[in-house]
Design a protein. Structure first.
Length: 196
């Protein structure tokens, strides 16, 4: 078993007072609600957070050039079910018109999940596709892999390069780096557990 994640999620009944206490203390900032069921997600590991920040830094100029917004750990919510159905991607890239103060509501360009052992990222793909997220990226730092989904359909790599059409990018793993190509411009994200 890895710290923070169990091999199997077990349903547990929680008293409303405990849920309110978690909110009051700010312990719920990573919680997600899946069709009315609270999923308590632990804080990300050090390497997860470092890679998340490095990736956000590399994507910032790309996102700005396209007139989009980027959020870290910002809820992506079903606009019909609202607070009863939302997930929290590690990084969301979205047109500002599709955000509220509280969440992204459908139509995000990209939802990025950095995989942790035994996490639920893969189970979020169907939800993201239903919310009309154009692309989902799954980055596995441990294995040094990047997967891209157009909705729920995997995008196949060609010669080790994955086309990420939502932003017009090419993605490739080169050793311990994620290479992001935006036309002639190249950004490299170090996937090792080293300071920024």
């Amino acid at each position: 078993m890895h710290l923070g994640y169990s091999r199997a999620m077990l349903p547990v009944m929680m008293h409303e007072a405990l849920i309110e206490e978690r909110r009051r203390l700010g312990l719920d900032k990573h919680d997600e609600v899946w069709d009315g069921v609270i999923h308590m997600v632990p804080s990300a590991s050090r390497i997860h957070q470092r890679v998340q920040l490095k990736l956000a830094g590399a994507l910032t100029p790309i996102v700005r050039r396209r007139g989009l917004d980027m959020f870290l750990d910002f809820d992506l919510m079903d606009p019909v079910k609202g607070e009863k159905d939302f997930r929290q991607p590690d990084i969301t890239i979205v047109d500002p018109a599709h955000t509220t103060e509280r969440a992204t509501q459908r139509n995000a360009h990209v939802a990025i999940e950095i995989l942790s052992p035994y996490d639920e990222s893969r189970h979020k793909i169907a939800f993201y596709a239903r919310q009309q997220v154009q692309e989902i990226w799954l980055l596995d730092v441990r294995l040094g892999t990047i997967e891209v989904y157009a909705g729920a359909t995997p995008v196949l790599a060609r010669d080790g390069v994955v086309r990420a059409d939502a932003l017009g990018l090419e993605l490739q793993i080169d050793g311990e780096q994620l290479v992001i190509r935006d036309g002639a411009e190249e950004h490299r994200v170090d996937l090792r557990d080293i300071p920024l």
